[in-house]
Design a protein around this ligand. Structure first.
Ligand SMILES: C[S@@+](CC[C@H](N)C(=O)[O-])C[C@H]1O[C@@H](n2cnc3c(N)ncnc32)[C@H](O)[C@@H]1O
Length: 329
């Protein structure tokens, strides 16, 4: 049986985070899901054997206390989603492992990062000169891949509150900000991505690769489409964008629907509810209107085949989540 204090109240990590004066933002809250996805990448690098995506720096961006709070939050989610599974875990470490593989979306986070950086490497081979990470969160590419920064300028675009949090953390850690890394604070619901041109040394004539991971879910549909149109508007033909999205009408059997609901509930609890999905059958036309050509749209079975087949642990591709790659026309 998992060790637990009898009668312990349900754990609410958002509540605890918001009462931490040192990490509280003045106006808006920084993204807790950005901390959560950093935890997933960091945990995977430290505790799993077979790497889906190797990010040995991600854990470093979180304090021990944050890691503790996030782990508690997920163990608590496991208890509500799969009480039997939770009870079968001999200790909290096993419960955390099971929670990560079962009810957090870690498989999506790891495989989309792998997909994006594989596509990025191909794009660097084709001569792209800029890499724009939209909704970067705790992304560590610029610190992890110094060799790549000799070939591409990197732009991290994020919500002002999340970016301020990250920059403060980087300063506290004493990490050096590489010369080729530029920060752009921007709220996709209030400003256009095209402002990146005024806010940074971004060059609209240079072939550019954009990644947009774990963000479309949380924005109104118009903000997603406007941002994709801005990608096309500020970069030359042949530039590329990779993003992940949720199917707009996820149907499914009981188990799949249950897994999706568990993740949706967890996001709601963190104050970042799911807002937007897309119909895969209409995505090509949606992108076409935004000035983009859909090159690839990976559904669950494609992601499973590419990144998860042969694994014996619980990581597996998620139903209703797609990875898309598009080029500027
Ligand atoms: C789930 S995190 C993903 C972070 C990172 N891309 C990853 O995959 O780990 C969501 C990110 O979207 C950003 N975001 C959410 N809403 C936003 C908005 N309206 N404008 C700009 N960024 C936003 C958050 O600040 C956060 O960094």
């Amino acid at each position: 049986m998992m060790r637990r204090e009898a009668g312990k109240e349900k754990f609410n990590s958002r509540f605890l985070f918001l009462h931490e004066r040192d990490v509280r933002m003045e106006k808006n809250n920084f993204s807790l899901t950005a901390l959560g996805t950093a935890f997933m990448r960091g945990y995977h690098a430290r505790h799993d054997d077979l790497m889906i995506f190797h990010d040995p720096l991600a854990y470093g961006l979180l304090t021990e206390k944050e890691r503790f709070l996030i782990a508690k939050h997920w163990i608590s989610r496991l208890e509500s989603v799969d009480a039997e599974g939770a009870a079968s875990c001999p200790d909290e470490a096993s419960a955390l492992r099971l929670a990560l593989q079962l009810c957090t979306g870690a498989s999506v986070v790891l495989s989309r990062a792998r997909y994006a950086e594989e596509a990025l490497r191909n794009a660097i081979g084709l001569g792209i000169r800029q890499y724009v990470i939209l909704g970067a969160g705790m992304d560590t590419f610029a610190f992890r891949c110094p060799q790549a920064l000799k070939k591409v300028e990197v732009f991290e675009v994020d919500h002002p509150a999340t970016q301020a949090f990250k920059r403060k953390r980087i300063a506290e850690l004493g990490w050096n900000i590489p010369a080729g890394l530029h920060f752009v604070s921007l709220d996709f619901t209030e400003s256009s991505l095209s402002e990146i041109q005024a806010l940074s040394p971004y060059d609209p004539t240079a072939l550019t690769f954009f990644s947009w991971l774990g963000v479309t879910y949380f924005l109104p549909r118009d903000a997603v489409l406007d941002t994709l149109a801005a990608v096309a508007g500020i970069s030359p033909a042949g530039s590329m964008v990779v993003f992940d999205y949720l199917e707009s009408n996820p149907a499914g059997n009981g188990k799949a629907a249950g897994r999706l609901k568990a993740i949706a509930d967890s996001l709601e609890e963190l104050g970042e509810p799911l807002k937007t999905g897309f119909d895969p059958a209409a995505l090509g036309a949606d992108l076409d209107r935004a000035g983009l050509r859909l090159l690839e749209d990976l559904a669950r079975s494609d992601v499973q085949r590419r990144y998860f087949d042969g694994r014996t642990d619980g990581y597996r591709a998620s139903e209703h989540i797609h990875f898309a790659l598009a080029a500027v026309k």
